[in-house]
Design a protein around this ligand. Sequence first.
Ligand SMILES: NC(=O)c1ccc[n+]([C@@H]2O[C@H](COP(=O)([O-])OP(=O)(O)OC[C@H]3O[C@@H](n4cnc5c(N)ncnc54)[C@H](OP(=O)(O)O)[C@@H]3O)[C@@H](O)[C@H]2O)c1
Length: 283
Amino acid sequence: MQCSRSGLVVSLSCLQVALGLLHLALNRRHPMRYGKHDDYKQKQEEQRPGREKAEGNDSSQKPPPPLPAEDRAHVPARCAWFLQELPACLVPALLLAWRNPPRLAPLGCKLLAGMFCAHYFYRTFIYSFLIRGRPFPLKVLFCGILFCTYNGFLQGYYMIYCTEYPDDWCNNLRFTSGLILFLLGLGINIHSDHVLRQLRKPGEFTYKIPQGGLFDYVSGANFFGEILEWFGYAIATWSLPAFTFAIFTLCCIGPRAVHHHRYYIKTFTSYPRSRKALIPFIF
Ligand SMILES: NC(=O)c1ccc[n+]([C@@H]2O[C@H](COP(=O)([O-])OP(=O)(O)OC[C@H]3O[C@@H](n4cnc5c(N)ncnc54)[C@H](OP(=O)(O)O)[C@@H]3O)[C@@H](O)[C@H]2O)c1
């Protein structure tokens, strides 16, 4: 395969930024409907037969319309996260394997395998099997699979076929600072996932106030870690697709951190007021 830098890479990268901005615009007011912002249970409750009678209305005349199929379809969280994240791990791994000749020696391939694939290996094969989340909406899962396939291809294709690093890139300040940021973000993200998991017993779906680690400073500690990670990866690899993915991540989970923060303040009167939404002490 030849590198099509100005054609394929630039087009897919621009599309990724456009998707991120669209996501930001759509989710500024209303959160993405999964996890604590999925109102499926509430809608079910509102449509339960007998509810209108209890409220003094005559429900016998007109039965409530059933929930639309796309609102009803949910998948167990473990299965959903596994299926959603798998393409982001698998597509670059297959591109690496199909590389002709298949070798990891070029630095671009090593960075792809050691950073991007390592993160998605964790997300696909460890996070998915430990998660204690509520069932996941099928339509969000479908979008997640499409995005992870697209992003896995873009990052893999660019790092394998387009990058050329000078021999001393590993001594370059961009590489070392990016790698440190990436590792710091990964550590925060994994630790925050662990804190959230410990809030629940198996089979429980209630929400509690997360405590410890970066959660003492922000409501979206896991999201802050992930955003750091991808900006670190972008700096370390100094690649256009990695920067556009970092921007996409910020547009995607930045608003989610804000909506989580609002949810906690609304739900828990004892929620620590000094805690910020996404960036410690600042925002
Ligand atoms: N790169 C990207 O663009 C991108 C996009 C999306 C997600 N991600 C990453 O994927 C991971 C998961 O994302 P997410 O949106 O699912 O995160 P989340 O909303 O914080 O939920 C993470 C897990 O913790 C549970 N949880 C959250 N708050 C809780 C609380 N107060 N009490 C008890 N349990 C709680 C959730 O259960 P419920 O499901 O039942 O709420 C879920 O199982 C994050 O690390 C995120 O950074 C990355």
